[in-house]
Design a binder for this molecule. Structure first.
Ligand SMILES: Cc1ncc(COP(=O)(O)O)c(C=O)c1O
Length: 241
């Protein structure tokens, strides 16, 4: 394919790109992939197909659990860039999740709580349409009460959304302090694959997005209104009043 591209009058191969997967929490597979790109590029050079830069993709995982064993971005950059810069190629990186995942949280309010048999449910105003990862592929997001709980007692709860669906949950059997209707809780590490996968499922309106910088904040996307669904407009620019 690259040979065909090289010979084509309108095409010029300039790069090789790899993306080996997502939420990988160890460095050796990345270093191996970078080395593979370098070896392949050198083979191509011998075939007179010069490649100038290599794209190692993304895929570095973030810590959704408490113990912090995932390498940091700096270590990841070193692991992928060393083989490539030593061989003299330019490098492109796409570490989406590792940068943006831990910076975002989904803020939601407790609507009510209910006990059913042994189970205690905390029902929130955010549901699976706002953050689909837990129900789609059993992703674990840490969830915290926004205010310091009055007691250190915890009980096992299912934190669920208000949509009438078995799959509408944010967490199952999670130890959690007692909460009351009206309390705010934060679903952490929701910056990546969170809002981007949000939907208008069941006619639910997407939430606002708020950018917080130190003690300042700015609404960068307005909360949707029903008329936005009728207009077929899913993106609400912030300047639209
Ligand atoms: C080609 C490519 N680059 C980068 C990424 C970002 O990966 P991540 O968000 O896991 O860092 C993806 C995600 O699927 C991808 O397909």
């Amino acid at each position: 394919m690259l040979r065909l591209a090289e010979q084509h009058e309108w095409l010029q191969p300039v790069s090789l790109a790899a993306h080996i997967g997502s939420q990988i929490t160890k460095l050796p597979p990345f270093a191996e992939s970078a080395k593979f790109l370098v070896d392949l590029t050198e083979e191509l050079a011998e075939m007179n197909i010069p490649i100038s830069y290599l794209d190692v993709g993304g895929g570095l995982g973030i810590e959704y659990d408490v113990q912090n064993t995932t390498p940091g971005i700096a270590e990841w950059v070193t692991a992928v860039s060393d083989p490539i810069s030593q061989a003299g190629y330019d490098l492109v990186l796409e570490p989406g999740r590792a940068i943006i995942g831990p910076t975002g949280l989904l803020l939601t309010r407790v609507i009510y709580t209910k006990r059913q048999g042994d189970k205690l449910f905390v029902i929130t105003d955010a549901g699976m349409n706002d953050l689909i990862r837990p129900t789609l592929y059993q992703a674990h997001h840490p969830i915290l009460p926004v205010r310091q709980p009055v007691t250190s007692d915890q009980q096992s709860v299912d934190i669920v959304g208000p949509i009438c669906e078995t799959g509408d949950y944010l967490a199952k059997e999670r130890p959690f302090p007692p909460v009351q209707p009206g309390d705010l809780i934060a679903v952490m590490q929701a910056g990546a694959y969170g809002f981007a996968m949000a939907s208008n499922y069941n006619g639910r309106l997407r939430p606002a997005e708020v950018l917080v910088y130190k003690d300042q904040y700015r609404i960068i996307r307005q909360r949707q209104k029903p008329e936005h669904l009728v207009d077929g407009c899913i993106d609400v620019p912030v300047w639209e009043k």
